[in-house]
Design a protein around this ligand. Structure first.
Ligand SMILES: [Zn+2]
Length: 384
């Protein structure tokens, strides 16, 4: 029987759900569902199971006749779907011939542009072009999910995980989509009935896979409210009236667009490996940003009570875009950058931040499905 689950979301950094002009547009449901599917797939693969790449050649092909035949024989629906060619992600999120098992609506009670005014060009002094940030959305809204109980339980669990370590919508690589749940208790009750299981031991491949993800979270206190105005890339924007006003507005809303500043340091100061692998991991710029999506995702700085917080994740796949194995020392060096408090302190000009990373080891390695399961359970328990 279908049920309803309301998820009340407060944005901590701007939310980007697609459309040409994120500022003037509404929230797009498809952008939210797309990100839920992306994470769901990464989890399923991380647990050793099967999730196709819906944009790839190997995407699931649903055999309706086979499905109906099995159903008529009185087979369990989940088994029949699997035999008809659907992976776990397609079963919920749909495939050609099999519609999505989930209806999603958005109630935008309090959503507005994250700032009024111009695109912000965050350009550290050593860059000629820098990064371009558009406003996106800010405020609170409700996601109304309608579907079978077991599906809602999994999504409740997924949302709790994303609140802790992930994000919603697009442009996560530029720090968009971090959020807080306003009705967490309700969602926890729902999620409490769901358990993730290791479903196989397929090796990690070309698609996002939680076994190859690393997560980090930085908290810090500052002596005054102006700390961020001394960071050169932002100082420059404060010298111009329109961009200064936009930045003040984001500050009042408890968020400072610092993602590019960290990415600049990791990529152009700390990275020692080949240029082609940097492009694969950090994304191709100069109008090609969408061609190779950055695997390094870091949020803006946002307020969390008395403190500030920044967080993010990296996906360090075993191979590059040409199918060549990436030498482990490059991935190791990169992981050390994210885990290095001193880099964060120097870039942000702050003192004694508290840095947490998962897996909690400075040596980079892929995880096992069992470790992924443990991490999911730990994350969801500690969010309460
Ligand atoms: Zn599939």
């Amino acid at each position: 029987m279908a049920e309803l689950l309301n998820i009340r979301v407060k944005t901590l950094t701007p939310l980007w759900t697609g459309g040409i002009d994120g500022a003037c547009d509404r929230l797009h449901v498809s952008g939210i569902i797309g990100s839920l599917r992306w994470w769901y797939e990464a989890i399923i693969r991380g647990l050793g199971g099967d999730a196709c790449d819906p944009a790839g050649y190997d995407k699931c092909k649903f055999d309706l006749k086979e499905f109906q035949k099995d159903k008529n024989k009185g087979e369990n629906e989940q088994d029949a779907l699997e035999r008809a060619g659907l992976c776990d992600a397609c079963k919920i999120f749909g495939a050609t011939g099999w519609s999505r098992r989930l209806r999603v609506k958005i109630d935008e009670h309090q959503i507005m542009p994250a700032w009024n005014g111009p695109t912000l060009n965050i350009r550290p002094p050593d860059r000629s072009r820098g990064w371009f940030l558009n406003p996106g959305h800010w405020g609170t809204f409700t996601l109304i999910l309608h579907g079978e109980k077991t599906i809602l339980e999994q999504l409740a669990d997924l949302i709790l995980f994303l609140e802790q370590w992930g994000a919603l919508g697009a442009k996560n690589q530029l720090g968009y989509g971090v959020f807080r749940l306003e009705n967490r208790k309700e969602i926890e009750q729902y999620a409490g009935r769901w358990r993730w299981f290791v479903t196989g031991n397929k090796p990690a491949g070309e698609c996002p896979d939680l076994r190859r993800f690393g997560f980090f979270n930085l908290r810090f206190k500052t002596e005054n409210d102006h700390w961020w105005t001394y960071i050169p890339a932002l100082e420059r924007l404060l010298g111009e009236k329109n961009t200064a006003r936009a930045l003040k507005q984001t500050e009042e809303r408890g968020m400072i667009p610092l993602a590019p500043v960290l990415k600049n340091t990791w990529r152009f100061h700390d990275w020692q490996g080949p240029f082609s692998i940097a492009q694969w991991l950090f994304g191709a710029s100069r109008g090609e940003e969408d061609r190779v999506r950055s695997k390094v995702n870091v949020s803006w700085a946002y307020r969390n009570g008395e403190e500030w917080e920044m967080r993010g994740w990296v996906w360090l796949p075993p191979k590059d875009g040409n199918g060549q194995v990436i030498a482990s020392q490059h991935l190791q060096k990169l992981w050390e950058c994210f885990c290095n408090e001193n880099i964060w302190s120097n870039v942000l000009k702050i003192n004694s931040p508290e840095l947490v990373f998962r897996p909690a080891e400075r040596r980079w390695r892929g995880k096992t499905p069992e470790e992924v399961r443990g991490f999911l359970e730990e994350s969801i328990c500690s969010s309460s």
